[in-house]
Design a protein around this ligand. Structure first.
Ligand code: PEP
Length: 249
């Protein structure tokens, strides 16, 4: 039985005061969420603030990206070792905003996933098709390509330590959500791809859904057999919404 995982991706939002307020509201209910995993991914500069706020709870800490290199002359970048040192257990990799706005490719996503695993961080690797790709009937081939390039880099045996987030690009931050049927179909496809290569990995690997998940649609999505949690963007900035999703999980 895979434990549900709810991840809050704050994106480039927040100040220390906001982090304090949001975390303290979430912390009031954390003791009710013993049966699920909860992770918060604030911007780098707020990691320490959130670490302190969540230190006495089961809530885990994650980053939104990392550099594919070890420490060195990479001005402005943040390494896997630094994230570990800051208390992170998780790191989001290959978010569609990173792919479309910052030129990340399947190759760099694979290298970042490897870098995370090599440093004991758990990667949450994002995959998902654009609206145009879905309209052209290419959604499964796009997702398969994104997934396979990570598997090629890290090896199928390491995939048990990876979490996959299926995030249809057309649903991210748009208010449009994949229907439970659309999401379940893609999640089952992703699991099948893993199963073809290693059945134990396919059973163990958590596959999250992301794309305008909110408290009022979370229950139907999280009730699908292959949806093991959610990667939450906008709604993770609202304590009431985020807690509502955690309750659904
Ligand atoms: C995300 O950023 O990963 C995301 C799913 O955003 P939103 O929930 O706002 O669609």
């Amino acid at each position: 039985m895979r434990k549900k995982l709810i991840v809050g991706n704050w994106k480039m939002n927040g100040r220390r005061a906001m982090a304090n307020e949001l975390c303290s509201t979430i912390m009031h209910e954390m003791q009710n969420f013993k049966n699920i995993d909860v992770t918060l991914c604030p911007p780098f500069i707020l990691l320490d603030e959130v670490r302190k706020m969540t230190a006495d709870s089961e809530c885990m800490l994650g980053a939104q990206d990392l550099d594919m290199h070890n420490d060195g002359a990479y001005t402005g970048q943040v390494s896997a070792g630094m994230l570990k040192d800051a208390g992170c257990e998780w790191v989001i990799i290959g978010h569609s905003e990173r792919r479309t706005l910052f030129g990340e490719t399947n190759l760099t996503v694979g290298k970042k996933a490897k870098q995370a695993l090599d440093h004991g961080l758990k990667p949450i690797v994002c995959v998902g098709e654009t609206e145009g790709e879905r309209k052209a009937g290419q959604e499964t081939s796009i997702v398969q390509g994104q997934l396979q390039s990570v598997i090629d880099e890290i090896g199928i045996d390491s995939c048990k330590d990876m979490t996959i987030a299926y995030e249809p690009v057309w649903a991210i931050g748009t208010g449009l959500t994949a229907t439970p049927e659309e999401a379940q179909t893609m999640h089952a496809f992703i699991r099948e791809q893993l199963d073809l290569q290693h059945d134990e990995t396919a059973k163990a690997c958590r596959i999250l859904y992301g794309g305008s998940m909110k408290q009022d649609n979370a229950g139907s999505l999280l009730g699908c057999p292959d949806i093991d949690g959610g990667l939450i963007g906008g709604a993770s900035l609202n304590a009431g919404e985020f807690l509502g999703i955690c309750r659904s999980a």
